[in-house]
Design a protein around this ligand. Structure first.
Ligand code: ZN
Length: 195
């Protein structure tokens, strides 16, 4: 049952307004009670709804101002650009991150989804980001960064409040999460090659 993905015949072009349409149809950037920004459900989201198609594959390919850089290339960026890449870049593979060259290119809502160690978003077997349970209007959409971060440790201290909170998100968390969560395709492919 996927009432969201059926609304959109997914385009191959990468106009942010199109690529972002699914997520924006059910969520918006809002201030949380603690003053931080978050992506909040603006209507009921059924369990298993597709929210982001091919996040680590097709989503950013061809998006204006976004480029794939290797870890050494990122390390060699000027400090401001490097910080931007670390903040908004998305791991596409081991050694490769897709990120924005300027903050004006940070236009899609997925950039603002916060981390939780007990996320309500996850991946389906196509690598789409889906809701792991139903969400009510007003609930924040949360994803576990440890499921897809493989190149750099995250700098923040997690205060998600979950019993299972790991406090820090590292580039090695996926090793432990793989037994109980589906991971994005570029990690699943590596695990298959090793099996
Ligand atoms: Zn946590």
């Amino acid at each position: 049952m996927n009432n969201l993905s059926s609304e959109v015949d997914w385009p191959l072009k990468h106009d942010p307004a199109d690529v972002d349409r699914l997520l924006r149809s059910c969520a918006a950037l809002q201030r949380r009670a603690d003053g931080e920004q978050g992506v909040i459900a603006i209507r009921h989201i059924a369990a298993g709804s597709t929210l982001i198609h091919g996040w680590h594959d097709a989503f950013y390919l061809g998006m204006a101002g976004w480029v794939a850089l290797t870890v050494p290339e990122i390390d060699a960026l000027p400090p401001g650009q490097r910080a931007l890449f670390h903040r908004y870049g998305l791991d596409m593979d081991f050694g490769t991150i897709f990120g924005p060259l300027d903050v004006i290119h940070v236009t899609t809502l997925d950039n603002f989804i916060n981390h939780s160690c007990e996320p309500n978003l996850g991946y389906d077997h196509h690598g789409n980001v889906v809701s792991r349970r139903s969400l009510a209007p007003g609930e924040e959409l949360l994803i576990d960064y440890g499921e897809f971060v493989v190149n750099y440790d995250e700098p923040f201290t997690c205060r998600c409040g979950a019993n299972s909170c790991r406090t820090n998100v590292t580039r090695n968390d996926w090793h432990h999460l793989r037994s109980r969560r589906r991971l994005p395709p570029f990690i699943e492919r590596r695990l298959e090659r090793r099996a």
